[in-house]
Ligand binder design. Structure first.
Ligand SMILES: Cc1ncc(COP(=O)(O)O)c(C=O)c1O
Length: 391
């Protein structure tokens, strides 16, 4: 019998970094993880109680609507109108997915044919790059400038006849930057002029600090025909394991989206949708105390890391729960990340996962831990980097 030659579209896709770092952490007990981008709190009590009650309802155990439970979709439309100034009656649809990652996969399938290009400002969110490559398309990387802000001219220059969309992630994973309203409007207008989609990831919409405001590009009049915006309950409501996200997209993509949803998910998990409705009824006030605490933690992290100057630089971060540390050394960031875990028991995520291939960068995630633990972890990071990088 002839041996199967293992060859697949996945060969071109980067290996997910989180499990790699996770395995090193498991092998080094006592490691403080500043690696994974999760929050340290769970869902509102009301969401858990609603889920418990739903267990006795037969509907919970059946297939549901592909777009999402009508009661949930209705609440999401209302939330979009009130909080994001996005009125779906202007020609958009909402679909509930198993997290914003799945929404992005649907988007790539719906708007591309193999060989097409999607532009990602760098640093990017690694699962976006992976989804694009999995679909047989190509990620086109465009550098950001300043404190990881969008370089609209560079984005415009990167558009080719194969480009199908530009992705913006604001507040940003991994840099913590919040893109300016002006730059988001400019990208949205550029996409409209060039006949491509503006794909906006706003899963950290509530996580901004120091009076900085989040802006939804889809609120711009006329944006509905070429703008797709993705959201998630994972961070705001401590819902990561329930897998509930949603996205707003132009009506003309409805048939393509429903083909993808029907094949990959059929319908979002019914009990998770019941819990999501209850969480939305509690509303964004649920995460506000946590966001205030994260703002304080962000200051602690930046303050501690600033002691690494001139060895390392930490640009200001106004949102999400990440900072991107730039180390002034021509060294392999994965090897340094491994030594940080094994020798100093602190984990961070190396820059190449986010497209930062030149230079030595690390993402520091501070959402998953209590203040004291983050402070201890960042202390170890400072000690570890100083020891490893000292000439
Ligand atoms: C920018 C960004 N988009 C999407 C996601 C995925 O969210 P979800 O859990 O809803 O799939 C994450 C998770 O870390 C993220 O950072």
């Amino acid at each position: 019998m002839q041996a199967v030659t293992p060859r697949s579209r996945m060969d071109a896709v980067q290996t997910p970094i989180i499990p790699v770092i996770g395995e090193m952490i498991r092998q080094t007990p006592g490691t403080i993880s500043l690696g994974q981008g999760v929050v340290h709190y769970g869902p509102p009590r009301q969401a858990i109680e609603a889920a418990i009650d739903a267990l006795d309802d037969m509907v919970t155990h059946e297939y549901g609507d592909g777009d999402g439970a009508p009661a949930l979709v209705e609440r999401l439309e209302e939330k979009l109108r009130r909080e994001n100034a996005i009125d779906v009656r202007r020609g958009s649809r909402v679909m509930v997915t198993a997290g914003a990652n799945m929404a992005f996969m649907h988007v790539v399938f719906a708007i591309t044919v193999p060989g097409d290009e999607i532009i990602l400002p760098v640093p990017f969110y690694f699962n976006h790059d992976m989804a694009i490559e999995m679909a047989g398309c190509r990620t086109v990387r465009v550098a950001t400038h300043g404190r990881y802000q969008l370089d609209v001219d560079a984005l415009a220059r990167a558009i080719t006849p194969r480009t199908r969309g530009i992705v913006t992630v604001t507040p940003n994973n991994p840099s913590g930057a919040v893109f300016t309203e002006a730059s988001l409007r400019a990208v949205n207008a550029l996409c409209r002029e060039r006949g491509i989609y503006h794909i906006a990831d706003e899963v950290y919409e509530y996580f901004t600090y120091g009076g900085v405001r989040h802006f939804s590009a889809a609120s711009v009049p006329g944006a509905e025909a070429h703008t797709i915006t993705m959201y998630s309950l994972s961070k705001a409501y401590g819902f990561a394991g329930w897998r509930i996200g949603y996205f707003v997209y132009p009506e003309h993509l409805a048939s393509a989206m429903s083909k993808s949803q029907d094949t990959i998910l059929v319908c979002p998990t019914m009990i998770a949708q019941v819990a999501a409705i209850a969480a939305l009824d509690v509303g964004r006030s649920y995460c506000e105390p946590h966001v205030r605490e994260l703002a304080e933690i962000c200051e602690i992290v930046r303050g501690e890391l600033s002691s690494l100057a001139p060895l390392a630089d930490v640009p200001a971060a106004d949102g999400a729960f990440y900072v991107l540390l730039k180390v002034d050394a021509d060294r392999d960031p994965l090897a340094i990340a491994e030594r940080l875990i094994r020798e100093h028991r602190v984990a961070v995520t190396p820059g190449p996962a986010f497209g930062m291939d030149r230079g030595c960068y690390f993402r520091v995630a501070y959402g998953a831990l209590q203040k004291a633990t983050v402070a201890e972890g960042v202390g170890r990071l400072v000690t570890g980097l100083t020891a490893i990088l000292r000439p």
